[in-house]
Design a binder for this molecule. Sequence first.
Ligand code: ADP
Ligand code: MG
Length: 339
Amino acid sequence: DDTVARIAAGEVVERPASAVKELVENSLDADASSVDVTVEKGGTELIRVADDGRGMSEADLRTAVRQHTTSKIEGLEDLESGVATLGFRGEALHTIGSVSRTTIRSRPRSGSRTGKGGEADVGTELVYEGGEVTSVEPTGCPVGTIVEVEDLFYNTPARRKFLKTTATEFAHVNRVVTRYALANPDVAVSLIHDGREVFATTGQGDLQAAVLAVYGREVASSMIPVDADADDLPPGPLESLSGLVSHPETNRSSREYLATYVNGRAVTADAIREGIMGAYGTQLGGDRYPFAVCFLEVPGDAVDVNVHPRKREVRFDDDDAVRRQVDAAIESALLEHGM
Ligand code: ADP
Ligand code: MG
């Protein structure tokens, strides 16, 4: 029943940042070239994610908000290594909509009601509140999808009570959007909080350009490239590690600045974090942490993605080896640059 659904929703959508993550992933899966994220009050009052992706027809929209519907999975094998699309459970929209007032406006690139250019000439607005579709109407909107999530957890007071301050919730949102912006320099990603633009990437640059847009000139101009493959590394599952890491002088007293990816997916892993920290070990005074954007490639069977799928936490069969390999890759990059 409803209560069970809402409790389950609380497990999946913990806080505004979890909803933002799901919506941004959907936009990227829809092949968007721009993704604009707007949040108010750390996302507790409003989350809006607008994309110019392939969009949905009215029928697609009705299907999309149903539980366990996904257009993305062929068979269970997809759940194992090498999932091409980011979402694969088909429950995000349904879940978010059961603990908020969600409005989705979407217009497909092509659809049943098509205009001359092969694009649908009209979009659909679907309102989904507390798990019920309360209205579906034609609407004028650009090609793509705009999802607005208002009053997250309005019907789950217990969950709402667990939310932290606006600043903390926004920090989580910022970290999520940052991760996707850095991993997709070819997509223009922007983030606005309470009317203020936090960052905007152009979608036309490389990783360096995205780092500049997100972290600013001081950090970006001193980043050090890392580019190691198996031959350069101690034994272990890593096939390659590439990215940018900060000059020790620009390190800050926060640990919010690690963006790490395994086989193209934004993940966190103790082994990677410890490897990065280890590489800076001697240079780091006290509580200063590096910026790092690191892309790791490993064979699919060396990584366990099911530790905490929602938080994208992964472990490796041989965490120690990965830690040593990451440490070595970054340490030698720092050494090459005279540190
Ligand atoms: P999943 O992403 O796991 O498939 P979701 O609940 O997140 O499940 O989305 C359900 C479906 O809705 C997706 O499979 C996709 O077909 C469609 N969808 C969701 N968001 C978008 C979007 N931004 N653009 C186009 N289609 C979308
Ligand atoms: Mg999804």
